[in-house]
Design a protein around this ligand. Structure first.
Ligand code: ADP
Ligand code: MG
Length: 258
């Protein structure tokens, strides 16, 4: 099982949209996929079609009460795709865990290869707090959605510093599988400028695939289905399928390893 955290401490950069659609694309190619929602807003859970009233056990139970992940996951309506949902209780988790000495490792200890998934995607909240730290400690690698806007690189350097600290202290093998440029607007010269800057600084770390700004991607969550199902032919869906393919080429061969 390969564990991929989808993180960026900025909100609204496309983390959840990326998590939902890449998870759906991987599931569609036959990979047994687990989507973990650790954002108290629960947008990944809603967007994948699991409304608040349908959520039973959640990532709160895993993180705060140490309930094994295997007891909290639920199937979605998408074949090969399971969900560990998030509920609003999670907003209190950082405070509740503050004095627990294993507070940053709650996810890591239960996200073990024997769960039987090929891949696990963790949708992080927009902060570098304890929830994201749990994801970075549990992950093999990190996928960073980056919105093509001014200050994109500043925000990124803060995230990369955090990754370095996590590598030094807890998870030396944590990698970065790639940076995905999101909400790309070809008509906007600033977008192109930012994209060129990011590529010249970070080189091959940036995925070749860019995710365009596409209204279908933003409409899909309100219908409770991934864009890939809502409109599989739209430019956004096609881009996410291409991103998933590119991601697969970057992954090590160990996905099937038990
Ligand atoms: P995050 O999880 O980083 O906060 P989201 O994935 O929730 O970001 O995206 C923020 C908002 O932008 C949402 O309303 C989402 O539907 C919309 N959005 C995300 N990606 C795109 C895109 N490529 N084109 C248009 N709208 C998008
Ligand atoms: Mg989100």
């Amino acid at each position: 099982m390969i564990r991929i955290a989808i993180a960026n401490q900025k909100g609204g950069v496309g983390k959840t949209t990326t998590a939902i659609n890449v998870a759906t694309a991987l599931a569609a190619t036959g990979w047994k996929t687990l989507l973990i929602d650790i954002d108290p807003q629960g947008n990944a859970s809603t967007g994948i079609g699991v409304g608040a009233s349908e959520r039973g056990a959640s990532s709160y139970d895993v993180l705060v009460d140490k309930v094994p992940v295997s007891q909290c996951v639920m199937p979605t309506r998408i074949p090969n795709l399971d969900l560990l949902p998030a509920t609003v209780d999670l907003s209190g988790a950082e405070v509740e865990l503050v004095s627990a000495d294993d507070r940053a490792h709650r996810l890591q200890r239960t996200l073990t290869p024997d769960l039987g998934y090929d891949v696990c995607l963790i949708d992080c909240p927009p902060s570098l707090g304890l929830l994201t730290l749990n994801a970075l400690n549990a992950a093999d690698t990190l996928l960073v959605p980056l919105q093509c806007e001014f200050f994109a690189l500043e925000g990124l350097s803060q995230l990369l510093q955090t990754v370095e600290r996590v590598q030094q202290r807890f998870n030396p093998d944590l990698g970065i599988i790639g940076i995905a440029l999101t909400m790309y607007d070809r008509r906007n010269r600033l977008t192109e400028q930012v994209s060129d800057d990011v590529r010249s600084v970070l080189g091959k770390l940036v995925f070749e695939t860019v995710i365009p700004r596409n209204v279908r991607l933003s409409e899909a969550p309100s219908h409770g289905v991934p864009a890939l199902i809502y409109d599989h032919a739209c430019a956004g869906s096609r881009a996410y399928m291409a991103l998933a393919r590119e991601l697969i080429t970057r992954l090590p061969e160990k996905r099937k390893a038990a």
